[in-house]
Design a binder for this molecule. Structure first.
Ligand code: SAM
Ligand code: DTB
Ligand code: SF4
Length: 352
């Protein structure tokens, strides 16, 4: 792993580690009260470097202050407009720059989307997220997606959309249609970003998040790990997210899905323990967020997923497909959640 020695050097002592220096409040002593003090990347890196048991303990302490740790949100994804995307995101099977064999489709009809929403609702999902492979939607796209948002809201689910860069007037139109969340990931740290994407820059992403925030739609923003970034760069991503004012309400943490034909297809696997650490650090730095254990679960063991929940993940993508790649099937997820004694949001007092 490409981690500086200074970050890895960690005394193995059974006592409270040195508290993050650059943090105004005392996170090491369990003070998780809201604070405006920004998270320095170095302070986030110190969290990453904690002994695993200490890190998990802190994450669990924070988690329990804000959530029932046995509760998990089930969010279902649907790609309403797939493939042919002009952006060159190095991880993405839907980019027209990469020979992945994903065919470009037209936008789905409201009828077809309603059918998918009903299926997701019957399976127990409470959030429905629609993705489109656009750089940014046009006026007519926004009208079409607004119609889809109304379909989701009609069926009583929370509506989320991820459509690329968003102008404020477009965010406003979606808000009026009832959109609850907009997903737009920062993806990685500012200093690694250019290695992965060249067709839009980091500031474009921050601008979109601001437009979403300004119209009162909740922000869903996270990133991908396992793209070859260093631990310090993972800390850089988390610091960026945590320093948004306020931090995102939802934070998807994706483990890279290596799709043949994409530039990142041959990346070495990220150590699962490092993935769990990323979840724990997201939980500690963004105490009231839904931290979503997102893409990559199909390659993950049940034990790794269990550790992610223990580290503060409290949301998953639920349904047999993500956008174009696979996800664990619904029966397997139900069985896992039952084994772990976890219950879905919206289902009081019993498992899924
Ligand atoms: N086109 C829109 C955009 O990029 O803003 C929305 C859809 S895009 C597929 C949403 C997010 O999915 C990306 O920002 C990225 O974080 C995640 N993603 C895409 N491909 C992935 C992969 N192979 N593995 C993990 N996450 C991935
Ligand atoms: C997010 O953070 N992950 C989701 C959702 N937001 C849109 C997408 C994951 C995509 C995984 C690869 C694919 O199926 O395209
Ligand atoms: Fe296009 Fe989104 Fe894929 Fe990037 S992540 S290539 S913007 S669909």
């Amino acid at each position: 792993m490409n981690v500086p020695d200074t970050v890895l050097a960690q005394p193995l002592r059974f006592q409270r580690p040195v508290q993050p220096m650059a943090r105004a409040r005392d996170a090491s002593a369990g003070d998780t009260s809201a604070s405006d003090a920004p998270w320095a990347v170095a302070a986030v890196a110190e969290l990453f470097a904690l002994p695993f048991a200490e890190l998990l303990h802190r994450a669990q302490t924070v988690h329990r202050q804000h959530f029932d740790p046995t509760e998990v949100e089930l969010a279902t994804l649907l790609s309403v407009k797939t493939g042919g995307c002009p952006e060159d995101c190095g991880y993405c099977p839907q980019s027209a720059h990469h020979p992945t064999g994903v065919a470009a489709t037209k936008m789905m009809t409201p009828e077809a989307v309603r059918e998918a929403v009903l299926g997701a609702k019957a399976a127990g999902a409470t959030r429905f997220c629609m993705g489109a492979a656009w750089r940014a939607p046009k006026d007519r796209d926004i009208e079409a997606v607004a119609e889809l948002v109304r379909v989701v809201k009609d069926e009583g689910l929370e509506a989320c959309a991820t459509l690329g860069m968003l102008e404020q007037r477009h965010a406003q139109a979606l808000q009026q249609a009832g959109l609850d969340y907009y997903n737009h990931n920062l993806d990685t740290s500012p200093d690694f970003y250019g290695d992965v994407i060249t067709t839009r820059d980091y500031q474009d992403r921050l601008d979109t998040l601001q437009h979403v925030r300004q119209v009162g739609v909740k922000v869903c923003s996270g990133g991908i790990v396992g793209m070859g970034e260093s631990r310090l760069q993972r800390a850089g991503l988390i610091a960026q997210l945590a320093n948004l004012q306020p931090h995102p309400e939802s934070v998807p943490i994706n483990d890279l899905v290596k799709v043949p034909g994409t530039p990142l297809a041959n990346q070495p696997d990220l150590d699962p323990i490092e993935f769990v650490r990323t979840i724990a650090v997201a939980r500690i730095t963004m105490p009231t967020a839904r931290v979503r254990l997102s893409a990559g679960r199909r390659q993950m063991s049940d034990e790794t997923q269990a550790l992610c929940f223990a580290a503060g993940a409290n949301s998953i993508f639920y349904g047999d497909k993500l956008l174009v790649t696979g996800n664990p099937d619904v029966d397997a997820d139900r069985e896992l959640l039952t084994r772990l004694g976890m219950k879905a949001v919206g289902l009081q007092g019993h498992a899924v």
